[in-house]
Design a protein. Structure first.
Length: 83
């Protein structure tokens, strides 16, 4: 199921918001999804020289950053959503 038609915030805008949270990082993957009944953009950001990802979750209706958290390689198992 695609949610793109229902997101008030575009993917490009959400990516820009996510990248502001981690200067120097790059988008490694992302998806539009539902989280606790809320439509969200979730991105994994990679930093040069690090095997960790920073996961940034953004409200797809308001653009508000909901969470920023570090993911270790062990926690990344199962993330296969490429850009």
């Amino acid at each position: 199921m695609t949610f793109n038609a229902h997101a008030a915030i575009s993917r490009d805008t959400a990516e820009a918001i996510a990248l502001k949270q981690v200067p120097g990082a790059q988008i490694a993957g992302g998806a539009l999804d539902r989280l606790n009944g809320r439509l969200v953009w979730a991105f994994d950001l990679s930093e040069p020289g690090s095997r960790n990802f920073i996961e940034v979750t953004i409200d797809a209706d308001t653009g508000r950053v909901l969470s920023v958290r570090l993911e270790t390689p062990a926690e990344q198992v199962g993330w296969t959503q490429p850009l």
